[in-house]
Design a protein. Structure first.
Length: 551
């Protein structure tokens, strides 16, 4: 079916929800809640492909059909997230209309507190999972899914896949532009909500998981990511060809989608709408039954072929868990209760902002340096575009929003003592990371504009190998050093007419770094201006994946 509208570009419209991905903490507690309390089958146990020391659990119906799948990354002892604007805050399952009494009794019997309500004419129960994620049951006459015979919930009361997700945003307009204007949803209704005005959008499919609800909350704070936070919501498209059409269309519309990611069981692209909500478009195929029989789904730790040579190491690192369906134990590492995590180092009194993997659980990190007049939170937003969850992302804030007072081309003494203080700040952050178990060779140091120049200068002077260096519109501050750089990967990007970074200095910097043994990828982008483009982000992601892949 193709929708005809003044805005929808004419590709096959998105059908509805594919899956929802959440950050959890304790893996066993997560398994027991979703499989034993909610009666969802643990259809796949694998690992985070960006961080193979972390599990990735998939729950759904018998075979994990699209529209039924809730996925979790459990990071033990992770700090709890805080709900807010710019994120999906709740996932609603469809339940038989006649099963409300059963589910109230079941939840009460397991000590789960719930709130009752009504939404667009349907009864709704809202409660929290063990990490504080909002889960909802919408009682309606929705379509049944493939029943799981081993479910502890009787078949007549079993959940029927997703009904909807709810996002909190500052402004509904940009989400409407995306869902209706780009993805082929239709607006299905509006009604007041306790938090603001709720608008419902309906996908084009006729099965489960058809709705995205958006609650407008102007002036309210943004969410803070952590355990219990919903990382993203994935929407369905049938195959790679449809996904490729969306990749092109979304790129042309300015959403900056990532390249296609092979997630083994589906293919994915990721992008954010202007409020900050992270969406994915995932293909229905190939599904979850290609690497183990239907009768054994979730019984084994499944690894993609590129991780199989490291199976013994991965199995030794992931925590021990029990799949209650089979009574089988996977993993070997015993979790220590109440493990301490230092989420944000603050060396020498410098304010350091953090995102991504909690520092106490990370083994790789990216340090991001903002440009003149910028802020640490600004540059830290690149973590969303890079979307590599293995990494802890740290961004120190320069005093007065500037690392040194003049152009990087000025005589060095005219930028002192501020330049030395800036280099010492970077060194203090890397020293703290090493104290937390992340050595310099596991760190990618990057920056934009003035921060890019500082990143290159630090790497040039460091005297120790870094995992990688990224300079987005930058060049070396000094060109008189000769000590070897030992194959350090360096990416540099610039516009040929950048008013702040002369092309000749950019090229001289790249040549000098290359002569000292760095592996330099320097690219010139006509029309880039003083900004960052998608090709640069792809190159940065490649360096980061190389660092993570060595572990």
């Amino acid at each position: 079916m193709t929708l005809s509208s003044p805005h929808f570009p004419g590709t096959t419209p998105v059908q509805g929800l594919h899956h929802v991905t959440v950050m959890a903490s304790d893996p066993q507690r997560n398994i027991d809640f979703y499989s034993q309390t909610l009666g969802q089958r643990l259809v796949k146990v694998t690992v985070n492909f960006d961080d193979p020391g972390t599990y990735h659990f998939y729950y759904g119906d018998l075979t994990g059909q699209p529209g039924t799948v809730m996925t979790h990354f459990p990071w033990p002892d992770a700090a709890k997230g805080v709900r807010g604007n710019g994120e999906v805050v709740a996932t609603a399952y469809s339940a038989p209309r006649t099963s409300e009494g059963y589910w109230k009794a079941r939840l009460e019997g397991q000590g789960v507190t719930f709130a009752e309500g009504e939404r667009f004419g349907d009864r709704v129960l809202t409660f929290e999972d063990p990490d504080g994620t909002w889960v909802e049951l919408v009682f309606e006459d929705g379509q049944p899914v493939q029943p799981w015979p081993g479910s502890p919930v009787p078949a007549e009361h079993a959940l029927r896949g997703f009904h909807s997700v709810t996002a909190w945003v500052r402004d509904t307009g940009p989400v409407r532009d995306l869902l209706v204007g780009q993805l082929g949803f239709t607006e299905a209704g509006r009604e007041p909500d306790a938090e603001g005005m709720r608008t419902r959008f309906r996908g084009s499919g006729d099965g489960v998981g058809l709705f995205v609800d958006v609650v407008e909350r102007p002036g309210q704070p943004r969410g803070s990511f952590g355990a219990g936070s919903i990382h993203h919501v994935a929407l369905r498209t049938r195959d790679d060809a449809e996904q490729a059409a969306y990749l092109t269309g979304l790129g042309e519309a300015g959403y900056r989608p990532t390249p296609v990611q092979d997630r083994q069981y589906f293919h994915s692209i990721y992008f954010r709408e202007p409020n900050g909500v992270l969406f994915e478009i995932a293909t229905d195929a190939p599904g979850f039954v290609g690497d183990e029989p239907v009768g054994e789904l979730g019984k084994h730790l499944q690894l993609p072929e590129w991780f199989e040579p490291r199976r013994a190491t991965i199995e030794a690192h992931v925590p021990k868990i029990v799949n209650r369906e089979y009574g089988v134990t996977l993993g070997t590492r015993e979790l220590k209760p109440n493990g301490a995590i230092q989420a944000t180092p603050e060396p020498q009194g410098v304010q350091v902002y953090a995102a991504g993997r909690p520092l106490g659980e990370a083994r790789v990190a990216m340090v991001l340096l903002h440009g003149r007049g910028g802020t640490a939170p600004d540059i830290l937003s690149l973590a969303d575009d890079l979307n590599l969850s293995a990494f802890a992302y740290l961004a120190p804030q320069a005093e007065g929003n500037s690392w040194y007072p003049l152009s990087f081309l000025a005589p060095v003494e005219r930028n002192q003592p501020e330049l030395d203080r800036a280099l010492a700040t970077v060194d203090a952050v890397l020293t703290e990371l090493e104290a937390q178990g992340i050595p310099p060779q596991n760190v990618v140091l990057g920056g934009f504009s003035q921060g890019a120049c500082l990143a290159l200068e630090y790497a040039s002077r460091a005297g120790q190998p870094l995992g990688g260096v990224v300079a987005l519109s930058g060049g070396l501050i000094t060109l008189d050093r000769t000590d070897p750089l030992g194959g350090t990967p360096v990416f540099m990007g610039v516009a040929p007419d950048d008013a702040h970074i002369p092309l000749a200095r950019f090229q001289e910097s790249a040549a000098q770094l290359r002569a000292r043994g760095a592996r330099v990828d320097d690219r010139v982008y006509p029309g880039l201006g003083h900004s960052i483009n998608r090709d640069e982000l792809d190159a940065v992601r490649e360096i980061m994946q190389g660092v993570a892949g060595r572990l």
